[in-house]
Design a protein around this ligand. Structure first.
Ligand SMILES: Nc1ncnc2c1ncn2[C@@H]1O[C@H](COP(=O)(O)OP(=O)(O)OP(=O)(O)O)[C@@H](O)[C@H]1O
Ligand SMILES: [Mg+2]
Length: 344
């Protein structure tokens, strides 16, 4: 008795997906390797768009998608399937209405898991963060990728001890080389069977387009945010480089608060520091965070063209009230004056 209880995703275009030249270029390269019959492995630091790109590639392949997230606790049976409980069949015989005859029979129930389902029906497999699983759990993939055969455990039943992988089966892997906790070095034999594409942080146009698309913010305001985040990233002073997620968080917060960086400088400054200083440090070390906050202050001031005049206390600023300084108001006034001059 073989059962399937796998959630299969429809391959559909992602909402707000941005396709810049940079994204198109990686997509086309990856699709050309997939077309040639090779699994693709997208490797890169956090926030470089690996998972999103994997899903985008899957939507281009136009086959149903099964997704697995690597997990330290995984065993091969989590990928392939196993005997999950029993199926009880009950036959109630009411041939003579006053005599009730029941028959029960228990059958071991094998449930195919996602990997088996994908191989059997030729679906697209996205194995996100595959290096988080133990190498022994992933060994099953070696023959799937090379010989296009899947060894089946004895308990599954069926005539053949292996399953022939459907020719439409495609595998897309992602991994983050920067992660240490709980990560096993991806087995060399497995990596040797895939084409690895190293991703880095997005180029300027893509980061800007993603920020704008995700928050529905104006290009002008998105540009200010992206410049600040990229400036901080390039400063090289962060424990972890800020990612496009930082841009999206700031942009979305501005949007829901109906604020703009130039009209609410202090709140914008506070927001940037809250979001970016925490995103870029692991344990919240005070000295490093203060250094990062100082860099953010300089970047925000530079972007808004207001000098270092925003009244955000240098230390322990989380609990303090933040007010626009006279200097800022003067800048704001000057701006308004300028605008009215232009109107004339
Ligand atoms: N082409 C794109 N269009 C729109 N949004 C995108 C695009 N690429 C990435 N994003 C957005 O950028 C953010 C980071 O992308 P993603 O989650 O794919 O990165 P990742 O490399 O998988 O990160 P992690 O290693 O942390 O899992 C997400 O919010 C995602 O929606
Ligand atoms: Mg991811």
């Amino acid at each position: 008795m073989i059962d399937e209880m796998t959630t299969v995703l429809e391959p559909s275009p992602l909402p707000d997906f941005v396709e810049t030249k940079y994204v198109k270029d990686i997509t086309n390269r990856a699709l050309s390797y997939i077309k040639a019959g090779f699994p693709v492995h997208l490797r890169g630091p956090s926030g470089t768009g690996k998972t999103t790109l994997a899903m985008h590639l899957a939507s281009k392949i136009e086959r149903p998608v099964v997704m697995i997230h690597g997990d330290e606790e995984f065993s091969t049976s989590d990928l392939v399937g196993g005997e999950h409980g029993y199926r009880i069949r009950k036959v109630v015989d009411r041939f003579i209405s006053r005599v009730l005859k029941t028959e029960e029979d228990m059958v071991k129930r094998w449930v195919d898991n996602r990997l088996t389902v994908a191989c059997k029906y030729g679906f697209t497999l996205i194995y996100d963060e595959f290096t988080r699983s133990r190498p022994e759990a992933n060994n099953i993939l070696l023959s799937i990728l090379q010989e296009k055969m899947m060894d089946l455990p004895v308990g599954r039943g069926g005539e053949e001890p292996y399953l022939k992988v459907d020719p439409d089966f495609t595998a897309i892997f992602t991994s983050n080389p920067e992660e240490y906790a709980g990560v096993h070095r991806s087995q060399d034999a497995l990596r040797d069977r895939m084409i690895t594409m190293d991703l880095d942080h997005f180029d300027y146009d893509t980061e800007l387009a993603i920020t704008q698309a995700k928050a529905k913010l104006s290009k002008q305001d998105s540009r200010i945010i992206v410049n600040i985040v990229r400036g901080l990233r390039e400063s090289g002073k962060c424990e972890f480089a800020p990612t496009v997620r930082g841009c999206i968080m700031i942009a979305k917060t501005l949007k829901v608060q109906k604020l703009t960086p130039s009209k609410s400088t202090s709140r914008f400054m506070q927001m940037c520091r809250d979001i970016l200083a925490s995103e870029t440090s692991r344990v919240g070390s005070k000295t490093n965070q203060n250094r990062v906050k100082e860099i953010i202050r300089e970047l925000v001031a530079k972007e808004l063209g207001i000098g270092k005049t925003i009244n955000v206390p240098r230390e322990a600023d989380e609990d303090s009230n933040v007010v626009d300084t006279v200097d800022n108001k003067t800048t704001e006034n000057r701006k308004q004056e300028k605008e009215s001059l232009i109107e004339i």
